[in-house]
Design a protein around this ligand. Sequence first.
Ligand code: ADP
Ligand code: MG
Length: 454
Amino acid sequence: MSSDYNDNLWNDVLKELQNNIQPRHYEFWFQNSKILALTDKAVKIQVSNEIIKQKIKENYLEHIKNSLFKCSGNELEIEFICEAKAEQQALFDFEIESEQVSQEVKDSTTYPPINLNSLYTFANFVVGPSNELAHSASVAVAKAPGKAYNPLFLHGAVGLGKTHLLQAICNGLISQGYNQQIVYLSCEEFVNEFISAIEDGNLGGFRYKYRSVSMILIDDIHFLAGKDRTQEEFFHTFNTLYNCHKQIILSSDSPPSEIPELKERLVSRFKWGLVATLDVPGFETRVAIVKKKAKLKNKELPDGICQYISENIVSNIRELEGAVNHLLAMAELHKKEITLDFCKRALKDIIRFNEPEIELSDVLEATIKFFNIKITDLQSKNRQQTVVLPRQVGMYLAKKLTKYSLQEIGAFFGGRDHTTVLHALDKIKELSQTSPRVTESLVEIEKQILEKKY
Ligand code: ADP
Ligand code: MG
């Protein structure tokens, strides 16, 4: 190829690179660089010196490859040639080391046993359209670490299964007898350990520890936001592991480019492998998860109950699971069978705010309709038994189903004070033990109110 062609191509490549590399780094690495020779299979690129050559290979090789492919249309083998062998070590202060690690550091490196929840397995993970890709990518990585997708980056809102999948990968590998060093930790732990290493003057040990693992999983990597020095450090950890084909798995609450204050070079690296989303699961998946969670406690929940919980807890699987656990615990405690009514009461505090509020007028309307009396009678001072019982039933249900206080309920049911309401509650509680007719009325009116409302 002509040298004009080569120069133009290299200019295009550099323009592409500028989009991905900070300007001050860009100028530093690529000053005096040019294409020396080009075929449709290979390219020789001249760079300033040996150190720059190493660093470019470590940090920008993939970028250059991609840009060359975009601009030339060919997948090219790259060879770097130094312009001069002059060592310009001093200029490299802001980039780190090719550090010698002493035997002592190696010997003293300890990896704490990884702390895993044994229930976070693939078998216990319910797969649906919302998490299919994340799940199958995780399975693939657990089968062939370092080969399938690297890095694997899982993101999704809180409580949607990121930690579960990360730990399922570890649990899966360990149960298959994988005996190499896996490191699983939260990003917060990584940051804290890095800070301690700085304080203790033991950066060498820290670097050796994290750059010599076989596989690293860091949960909640968005915690790196705004932590420049740790980002810098993790950047090098990432490069070393990546270049050695060691598996890197990260989770985050948002996709790489939406993590605030994350250096562009990390954002781009996080996208090199596979980025998979965990979405809010649909209704059917939620029902399956509810069943699974009950089954893990050796319990089976009727379909109606599973559906009720899944209809009302929509956006967070941790809450869904919390509801199942709470319901099972309440049933155990009260030695009660789990009916829909029991479930609604047991989950009242958990589910209430997901539902439309029940108003006093809803209770009033259903009550007068059931007893076939007039509003004016119910709200009057009339003390005839035909009106008193419905009024007391209304007050009882208002207390049970609405958020209003005794005073407010009393005022609404004909200007009565809170002691009258308390008396009504006692009376109805007593009658519901002794009079099947009253119990049936309560069940029926509540059903009417709830059906109309939902
Ligand atoms: P995140 O890390 O995304 O905040 P977790 O992985 O901690 O969420 O999940 C919260 C809870 O929900 C865990 O107990 C987990 O077992 C459960 N969970 C999430 N997704 C699923 C799923 N698809 N199947 C079964 N359980 C799930
Ligand atoms: Mg988590």
